[in-house]
Every structure is written in C-alpha cells, then in structure tokens.
Design a protein around this ligand. Sequence first.
Ligand code: GDP
Ligand code: MG
Length: 641
Amino acid sequence: MSTLNQQYEERVRPCIDLIDSLRSLGVEKDLALPAIAVIGDQSSGKSSVLEALSGVALPRGSGIVTRCPLELKMKRNKEGEEWYGYISYEGHEEEIKDPAVVEKKIHDAQNRIAGKGAGISDKLISLEIGSPDVPDLTLIDLPGIARVAVHGQPEDIGEQIKGLIQKFIKKQETISLVVVPCNVDIATTEALKMAQEVDPGGERTLGILTKPDLVDKGTEETVVAVVHNEIIPLKKGYMIVRCRGQKEIKDKMSLSEAIEREKVFFRDNLHFQILFEEGYATIPKLAENLTLELVHHIKASLPRLEEQIEKKLARTQAELDKYGAGPPPDAAERLSFLIDRVTAFTQDAISLTTGEELKFGGRANIFATLRKEFAVWKEIIERSGVTFNWNIEKEVAQYERKYRGRELPGFINYKTFEGMVKEQIKQLEEPAVMKLREVAEIVKKELFMLAKSSLVGLPNLIRTAQMKIEAIRKEKEIEAESMLRTQFKMELIVYTQDSTYSKKLGKRKREAEAAFLNSTLVKTSTSSTASNNDTGATLKEMIKHLKSYYQIAGQRLADQVPMVIRYQMLQESAIELQREMLKMLQEKEKTEALLEEDSSIKTKRVELQKRHKRLSRARILLTDFSMNIYNFSATQQKCKP
Ligand code: GDP
Ligand code: MG
C-alpha cells in the first residue's frame, strides 16, 4: 500500500496539482482545461455517484435538483489531516467546516444564482473538499436532461439544459461520464446520444451504469454485455456502481456503510459478480479508474495546452501592442511619451499623404481612392465636351442666330470661336471646385481615422489633433479653391503652343474626312434634303476647331486640378499638421490634459496585462512540469537495476 501511495504521490498528484494551479491562476478564462463532466438524464444517479466519490452529501432527489454546474474539486489529504470544504460562486467565497452543511450551502448557492424556482443557470458553483478519503479528482456535475417542463419552468428548459451540457462536453479537454441507470434501455439514453454527437469515436466518453439493484429481472445479462463493451462500444468502456437508494438515505445509512454494502452486493450477485472480479464494479474502483483516466488525459492534453497558451500569449501581446503602453507616471517621462506619440502620429500623417507605409498599418491606401476620384474628374471633362458638341450640332439654327457674324459660310470667326471655348471651359469650374471639396473631405476622414488609431487611448489628444486637422482642411481648401479659380481665369486666355494645336487640328480634319466618306457611302441611295448645307459647312469647321482646342485645354485641366488638390490637401496639409502638432507640444501647461487617458482603454489594457501575466505564469508551470516528468523518468531509469 505504501508503495502504491508513494507512486500516487509522485505521479498522480503533480498532474492534478498542475491543472489545479492553472485553474487557480484563472487561465480557465482563456483556455479550456482538462476536466471530467458528469451527464445523464434526470434522476439517473449523477449526484449519487459524485456523493459516493466525495463522501459528502449533495442535494439530490427527484425532479430537477442540480440547477447550476457544480465543480467538485476533491483533494486527497494525508492520513490524519482534517476535512475541509470551500465553496465559491459569483464572487462569493466561504469556508465550510462541517461536511453535513455542504448540501445546504449548495442549495443556497443555487437559489442565489438561478433563483428560487426551478430555472437553471450556466454560472459555476465551485466546491473544494479536502479529505484523506477522497480521490484526487475534479468533476463537474451538470443538471439532468429533462424531457418536459414542470410548473414554474420555462417551456424550453429541455433545450436550455442541453445547451448547457453541450457547452461542457463539446470541449476536447472534457471527459464525459455518462450516467445510465440499469433499469432503462441504454440505447435510448439521451445523454449517451449527446456524448456520441460531440465524440463520435467515444474517445473521451466513459459510461457508468447505476442502480444495478433495480435492474429488471431477466435483463441482467444485457447489463453485463453493456459493461463488457459489447452493445454500444466506447473506447474508455463502462463501469457499474451501486449507490444509496432513497430508503437507505431515509434510514440514514452512512456513505462508508454504503460502500461496504455495495461491495457485498456485487460480490454476492450471481450476474454481476463477474464484473466485480474483473474490476468493472464499485465506487472505489471507479475512483481509481477515474483518477488514472484523468491523469492520462491531462498528460495527453499537455501539448495542446502548451500550444494554446503560446497562441493566446501571442494574441494578447499583439493586442497589448495595439493599445500601446499608457503614459508613464514620471513627469519627465510623460513629456517624452507625449512627444513620441505625437511624432509617430505626424510621421504617419506624412506617410499617408505621400503614399508611404504606415506604422499603424491596415489602412487602405489613400491614393487608390484619390485615383478613382480623379478619374471621375477626367470623365466629367470628357462628358462635358461631348454634350456641348452635341448641343451645337443639334441647334444649328440657333448657332446662326447666336454666333454667326458677317462672314461667308465656311469661314469661322475667331471671336466666336473664343467665346464658345470660354463658355465651354467655364462649365468645368464648379465641378472642379466640387471635386476639391470631395477630396478634402476624404483626406480629412482618413486623417481623423489615423489620429484615432495612432493616438488610441488619449481622447484629449485625439480631439485636439482632429480639431487641428479640421482647421487645416478649411485653410488649405480655401487656398486650393483660390488656385483653381485662378486657373480657370487663366483658361479664359485661349492659348496653346502652335505646334500642339496644328497637330490636334490636323488629326481632327483627317478624322472628319474619313467620317464624311463613310456617311456619303451609306447615304448615296437616299436623296438627302440638305436644307442647311451652307451653315453646315461653317458649323463643321467650327466643331473641328472647338473639339481640337477643348481636347487640349481638357487635358491641361485633367492634370492641373488634381495637382492643385494634391499639393494643398495632401502635401501642404500634412506638413502644416506636423508643424501645428509640434507647436502644441511647447505649451507645457497643456501636456497633462493631453495625456489624460480613456478609462475604458485603461481598463482594457490592465485586463490584457493581467491575462498576459496569467498566461506567462501558466507557461512556466507547464514547462516546469514537463521538465519534472522528464527528470522523474530519467531518475527512474537510473534506479533500474
Ligand atoms: P441525478 O438527478 O442524476 O443527480 O440523480 P440522483 O443522484 O439525485 O439520484 C436519483 C435517485 O436515485 C435518488 O433517490 C437516489 O437515492 C437513487 N439512486 C441513485 N443510485 C442508486 C442506486 O444505485 N440504487 C438505488 N436503489 N437507488 C439509487
Ligand atoms: Mg443531480
């Protein structure tokens, strides 16, 4: 026995302790830890099994008794050490001195969490028990699967309970103990079906048959076959136990007496004694098996756990980086901190407007947006040219009245030409200014967002930066508008280099000739009435000139307007923003206000820092543990003769 005990202390205890230490670090909030959950239909005997394992009476009986998940942490004390209990839930913690009051305490806790009625809750009640008579195990008791709602229960209670159970058993880290009474048909058990759904291979499902004393006469052999894993095979197999029935409880049979009786029952039962001999029966055997299963399970889960911790740590670190370090407490450091943040921001603003990569990346390239906007501007120019041509061609008569002077048909009047060109170009002025406003708004929004992400956590600084961005936008927009208006004033001077114009006009004439030839070929058969032939000649000539010049001026404006906008709204604005932000830093009395932190960001950062610490400690625990296992097996090897 003592060697068994020693082996136990050396091999089982550290594993369970490891998980308990991880749990007390609170890493359960971050990742799933190995656990054993007890599931089954209502009154299948779940609480009875737990009770027998832990040696303390738990709330049980008929109807829905377990209404919240109950985590039962059992710690095996050394022989002679005193029993202790400890219950905690929803921030409430309490020591329990007497095992006899555990039942009542759990009852109170359930009422506090799930209300006095028959409702359920997914909040966990945690009960820790230390005693020389318990196995080292942590089990979770879950509400039983109910089929119909009773009075005072919500209609969907069945679904609620199933959802709660699924939450626990779907985790890879959970072993499901499926409790099934011997007096029902195991194949129809809801709990077993649920376990099979989340664990089709039955790798982490263990069946427990209860109430063997209530088995229907004649079905005993089926029960034996089930335990022999012949009916619904599970990798982890089945165990069979007998707990106290209602009458035995009434008769105040103690739990230790019950264990004795259980042994006698199995030993003397003609059908079941074989299971007893094979080690598939009784609570003590179950305790032993479960502990071994858990240890095995923990060891198997370690690599995954380590991996998860690494992943979580990296993610937490990345998030922490995003939130940045808060302002340092030291006064001198605070100023440097502010300078660093402001410089990083203004540099990013400049990078944004020059198309360089940002420190606070992830932002869409602003130039892609602007390219689209400027392409639209070019379309406006082209469309305006087309509609103009179309209009004068349509209103030939109007042309005669409005523009033609004393010249003979076919001659075009330069003044008329100039007048028409000017009128045409003028139509582009307002659209150009509109484009400026649109782009100014886009740039402003981008800079606003940059301020938000780059200066995250410092709301006053963000607000100040945004105020400056807005002021600069207004100022630069006015300057840009005035530049654009000047440009349009200059466009009233109808000018381009001779060679440029001749080239365009020549091309246009060739195009017109080709078009003419085409149209006469088509029209030879139909006798055209050609009533406006004379004026038509002048008009055609005029259109050639107008189109040629408009193309040249249009090209000029297609480039010039975007350049003005980019110069003022991007380049100059960013430089001005940098200047303004740095100037602001010199107003020392404002520093403190600018450094004021957003409280929610602060909380979030503190939370992240805590998680980071927690996970780092967990990682150390895991590495130490793996090292110890390694050392342990190494010394064992050495000790071998
Ligand atoms: P739970 O709803 O699954 O937690 O079931 P309980 O543990 O509350 O048990 C339901 C009823 O079955 C109780 O009255 C227990 O006393 C009774 N019971 C549990 N196990 C056995 C057993 O092995 N034999 C007999 N006869 N009754 C049992
Ligand atoms: Mg129960």
